[in-house]
Design a protein around this ligand. Structure first.
Ligand SMILES: C[S@@+](CC[C@H](N)C(=O)[O-])C[C@H]1O[C@@H](n2cnc3c(N)ncnc32)[C@H](O)[C@@H]1O
Length: 221
């Protein structure tokens, strides 16, 4: 997995736009779903909040919403905290560094974008989903997006074509190709459905798909 520390954290926002086709759209659609499905003063858990994009944009549009921004990278969360301060939303956001285990509280919704694909399917993914579920009310929703297994043999290559169009260099493509093979643990839809079922979630509804990146809205059972 990338470290998400030091320069990786500093350059994250520009780099991610070249690595995830439709990154802005994914966030826009996630936000729209939260806006229509969550109540105005909802408490939202953002897992792997990174540099704070999900929280910042939702907080600006929804002045009564409250957030916990959780991440395991101090450097990413430090950038997020600075942005929350600058945007004047810091009083509604609590930053939580470390695993979800040490976190208290129950939430109306959770967002987990581009995080779970870094966690191996050796019990790690199941544990993450169960921890998220344990922090959600019974009628809550989860919005989750990840790199999935390719649906065709040429889907990954097409993805790299788009990444190059978005500004990724030849070396960047080669590094990403290696990283997909070693640092990403992509699921197919059957396995994803099984993990959700085992963790107390319902059926996944796809709301975003850009080549192998997919986003799903899922209610608690
Ligand atoms: C690709 S970034 C996504 C950040 C943000 N969600 C976004 O859409 O821009 C992945 C983030 O997940 C964090 N992360 C990785 N493993 C994690 C875990 N087990 N629990 C929480 N955060 C994790 C990383 O530190 C990083 O900030």
């Amino acid at each position: 997995m990338p470290t998400f520390t030091g320069d990786e954290a500093i350059h994250y926002d520009s780099r991610i736009q070249r690595l995830v086709p439709g990154y802005e759209l994914l966030h826009q659609l996630t936000r729209a779903q939260c806006q229509v499905q969550l109540k105005a003063d909802a408490k939202v858990l953002v897992v792997g909040a990174g540099t704070g994009k999900e929280v910042l944009e939702l907080a600006k549009e929804n002045p009564q919403m409250q957030f916990v921004a959780q991440d395991i990278s101090r450097d990413m969360l430090d950038i997020a905290q600075q942005r929350f301060n600058e945007a004047g939303v810091h009083s509604r956001v609590k930053c939580h560094l470390g695993s979800l285990e040490g976190l208290e509280g129950a939430f109306d919704g959770a967002i987990c974008l581009l995080v779970m694909h870094f966690i191996a399917d050796d019990g790690g993914k199941a544990q993450l989903l169960k921890h998220i579920r344990a922090h959600l009310h019974n009628n809550a929703w989860l919005w989750i997006a990840d790199l999935m297994k390719p649906e065709t043999q040429f889907e990954r290559d097409a993805q790299f074509v788009v990444c190059q169009q978005l500004g990724l260099t030849d070396i960047g493509v080669e590094r990403t190709r290696q990283s997909f093979a070693t640092s990403f643990f992509a699921l197919d839809r059957m396995r994803f459905a099984q993990l959700l079922d085992d963790s107390g979630f319902s059926v996944a509804h796809c709301y975003f798909k850009a080549l192998s990146f997919a986003g799903y809205a899922i209610s608690c059972e």
